[in-house]
Design a protein around this ligand. Sequence first.
Ligand SMILES: [Zn+2]
Length: 337
Amino acid sequence: MILITLDGASTQEIFGGLDADIFRTVNKNFEKTAAFKNYNAATPTERREKLMPFFWKTLMTSHGSIAGNRSLKSEVKTTNKLFFSYPGYSEILTGQAHDDVIKSNSHPQNPYPSFLDFLHQKFAVGPNAVAEFSSWDAFMRIATNKPGSFVVNAAYATYPTDNKEINELFRLQSQVLAPWPSVRHDYFTFKLAMAYMKEHKTRAIHIGFDETDDYAHDKNYERVLDTLHMTDKWIAELWNFVQSDARYKGRTSIVITVDHGRGNSPKDWSDHGEDVPEAQYIWMAFVSPDVQLRGEWKDSETIYQNQIAATLCKFIGLDYSEQNREAGKPIARLFAK
Ligand SMILES: [Zn+2]
């Protein structure tokens, strides 16, 4: 199974594509930008297809489904009330919010085991069956309560390996610096994860992209859009790899989601957190050989971020409540016959 997260990628752009009201707030001449030319169109459906063509026209049309478009009465929410990254990722990875304990992005090592810890122990086949590759350095702390038991590689971290491709990516990432000291470019995260999967046939991996959030905080809307577009290409590349490899083809479940939403007005679109209640609304996409749902969810019951861990485990036939009885339950609609 593959979990992909796009930090702070909001429901507004995922379901509606380029938002001219937001773009205008950061650039009066936005209609002259390359991003506007590339991603603008008359309807939300056309705009999102220009922004993320593979995701919308192939993945969600032929292979999977997505929840969280509130205009279709599909709602996805966090159960944490903090609406920022560490609490969101911890809720995704451990299956439970802990607002009383995890209330800062600089929280030290996660005291709670993640579903990656659970799978690592369940698979019991050494350190390479489970892995985490992310752009943001905090994942070194978020992804496991037992650092060192499997590869968690985030930001500019490296680890000793004989893999030539991985060593070259490690060399380059230290020279191609992102604008934020705690974040490497998503390109490296993606290529490292792919190289690792090819080498080890990893059974469970989390790929954590980040740049969508940081460019939004910087109010660089052009780059928010470009990053979503680029990430769409990587998702396509990953999908094509999965289809080309007998170990993965027809037996790989993918969940694509986000740690938190964002504000919904031209005033607070770049922001999220406790004082931005709109940021509790997120989205989740599911691709699995065991699930026949396609396209957008409509008129469905609200689902929650704390259900992802148990859902991912259920896709591979495991019961996550063995590790955490308080975790959210598998998402019923995906498994309804
Ligand atoms: Zn943020």
